[in-house]
Design a protein around this ligand. Structure first.
Ligand SMILES: Cc1ncc(COP(=O)(O)O)c(C=O)c1O
Length: 372
């Protein structure tokens, strides 16, 4: 059946979950305005890497491109060992190699985690008051109720799943070990699984991000999952590389389901990810690039009347001029700079915009020149 003849508005098609509109679709007008700038668009509205994939990772990908068989859902033993070593070396975290499970980037895991954990319609999924939109999408896919928690707020009793995210997208807020420990305690008291999205853990600026699995947070990973992505720190967004670890029983359950569902990281990507986890140098180089872009952009924004809040880690500046988010998006679009309104991340973002550091040095400088 072709797409023309498929009854997309028939009763069958209407049975799926109701999902929010894809937020970036609503930026079309501002995108057109920004694109019309004589010196071209500076797109700071999305966190997509722009620097090259490091050569050793490309070589690793190519080195196994002739393997014809199915890859293991659990990944190669070398991949799991590389993840264990990287977490210990970079973050002082000890995990069981059997409890490392590769994911096809982290977004799919975020979206499907409530489903895979057996969260039921009407259950509560707690997410940060300002949050990466996919936490809500994942809850909606199972018909769960979403509760947004301000920092320090506790989840209601009976909550099924609590999402943490430090450094945060969009705010760049970094939770210290005591704050993470308090969140874990509160989630456990509510009976919830904790999922900590740590995809910006390598990118701390004024604060040193801590993993939820660090011994200063908890000595016991029971009921905790930590979610990692190689997209930002290793420029592997295009390869789709991430992993989840933590509670061995929960990870084992995810592995069983993902085996049945064919949620398998391609073998060449497993090789590239293994190489990325074994090498800290390229992570440091990439970090320095973002630090330099941040150092250019932040003072110029402040001089232009913006207040930057939080933003102690991660890839974004969380900025306000006190005006409505969409007015600020429009003001910046007039200058050829596209950013995301804070409302994409929750109602608490009404007066903020999220400004990504993921543009080339040349484009970041262009933005700075226009704002000066
Ligand atoms: C907080 C957060 N989690 C997860 C992701 C998904 O990243 P990926 O699927 O590339 O691993 C992103 C991407 O921007 C993000 O900001």
């Amino acid at each position: 059946m072709t797409s023309e003849t498929h009854p997309v508005d028939g009763a069958h098609a209407l049975r799926g979950p109701r999902l929010p509109d894809f937020p970036w679709d609503s930026l079309a007008e501002q995108t057109a305005t920004a694109r019309a700038h004589p010196d071209g668009l500076v797109n700071l509205s999305v966190g997509t890497p722009v620097d090259p994939v490091p050569e050793p990772l490309r070589a690793a990908l190519a080195s196994v491109s002739d393997i014809p068989g199915y890859p293991a859902t659990h990944g190669t033993p070398e991949l799991r060992a590389a993840a264990v070593d990287a977490l210990l070396r970079r973050h002082g975290v000890t995990v069981d190699p059997a409890a490392v499970l590769p994911t096809i980037g982290s977004k799919e895991l975020v979206a499907w985690l409530p489903t895979l954990l057996g969260v039921r319609p009407g259950d509560v999924v707690a997410i940060p008051d300002l949050a990466y939109p996919t936490y809500e999408v994942g809850a909606k896919l199972v018909g769960a109720e979403v509760v947004r928690l301000a920092p320090g707020e506790t989840p209601p009793a009976g909550t099924a799943l609590v999402w943490l995210n430090s450094p945060s997208n969009p705010t760049g807020r970094v939770l210290d070990a005591a704050e993470l420990a308090a969140s874990v305690r509160a989630a456990r008291e509510a009976g919830a699984v904790v999922a900590s999205d740590e995809c910006y853990l390598e990118l701390g600026w004024e604060a040193e991000p801590v993993s939820v699995l660090h011994p200063s947070v908890t000595a016991d990973p029971t009921g905790i999952l930590a979610v990692y992505s190689l997209s930002k720190s290793s420029n592997l967004a295009g390869y789709r590389a991430g992993f989840v670890t933590g509670d061995p029983d929960l990870v084992g359950r995810l592995l069983e389901l993902r085996k049945h569902a064919g949620m398998i990281m391609p073998r060449p990507v497993q090789q590239a990810m293994t190489a990325a986890l074994a090498d800290d140098e390229h992570v440091g180089v990439q970090r320095d690039l973002y630090a330099a872009r941040r150092a250019v952009l932040r003072p110029v924004l402040e001089a232009a009347g913006f207040t930057i809040e939080h933003s102690h880690g991660g890839l974004y500046l969380w900025a306000t001029r006190g005006a409505d988010a969409w007015d600020t998006v429009g003001w910046l679009a007039q200058r050829g700079i596209l950013v995301a309104p804070g409302t994409f991340y929750g109602p608490a973002g009404q007066r903020h915009v999220r400004i990504a550091l993921t543009a080339t040095d040349e484009r970041i400088q262009a933005a700075a020149d226009r704002l000066s």
